[in-house]
Ligand binder design. Structure first.
Ligand SMILES: [Ca+2]
Length: 231
């Protein structure tokens, strides 16, 4: 058991995406948690960076939402996908194939856009570049930025999106430290059902006992055991 833990820490030391961090810059999300950062802006450039760790293969990480414009960063089958619409339709940029990001290790995301030139950088070393089509270069954000879930924002273009379950840290949206804004309740930033710090429950092993915290608490088993094979 001890050997297993040491191995895990060694993996983190060699992972370039992992940096030691102050616990107060980290947030835990539990599958119905989200942050809303109500920014309104129209910009020709975008700079988004954050770190996350999760075991979910599909989860929404960040959404900057406008009337037709949006920038959506999510996990899809363990890959990072960015969907962006500057007014001329949806464009997609993905993390490299074979790079699995839902392994509970910390991963660092950096999205940089200068008009139509967009760069997605993962764990410093994996870089994907794209040139967005069309003649629109301004991302018009009207409904703010959602982190970890979409809250009351319910537009069809999102499709079905799972909420984040895991930890996020050092979320910087166009120069604004979203977690610090939310902690100090500046700019009407709101946090729903998150806790500060990275909860130990995400490191639970097979042998960890489970607490049911309230009436209605439940366990969800994604793949049901078939009756015929159990007999
Ligand atoms: Ca636009």
């Amino acid at each position: 058991m001890i050997a297993l833990k040491l191995t895990f820490r060694f993996v983190n030391l060699v992972n370039p995406g992992f940096k030691p961090h102050h616990p107060t810059t980290t947030l835990s999300f539990y599958g119905s948690s989200y942050i809303h950062f109500p920014v309104q802006e129209a910009r020709g450039s975008t700079d988004i960076s954050f770190r996350f760790r999760t075991h979910l293969a599909d989860a929404i990480l960040l959404l900057a939402a406008g009337k037709t414009d949006y920038c959506l960063i999510k996990l899809e089958a363990g890959r990072l996908k960015v969907h962006i619409n500057l007014g001329a339709g949806d464009s997609e940029i993905s993390s490299p194939r074979g790079l699995t990001l839902n392994d509970l290790s910390w991963h660092e995301i950096h999205l940089i856009r200068r008009e139509a030139n967009m760069t997605l950088q993962i764990d410093v070393i994996h870089t994907t570049r794209t040139l967005l089509p069309g003649k629109f270069f301004v991302l018009n954000v009207l409904y703010g930025v959602y982190i970890g879930g979409r809250g009351d924002f319910n537009e069809l273009f999102l499709g079905h999106t799972e909420y984040m379950r895991g930890c996020m840290a050092d979320i910087i949206y166009n120069g604004a430290n979203v977690i610090e804004y939310t902690k100090s309740r500046r700019g009407k930033s709101e946090a729903t059902a998150v806790t500060w710090g990275c909860s130990s429950e995400f490191d639970a092993t097979r042998k960890t006992e489970i607490s049911f915290l309230e009436e209605g608490a439940f366990i969800s088993i994604p793949r049901p055991i078939s009756r015929s094979s159990s007999r």
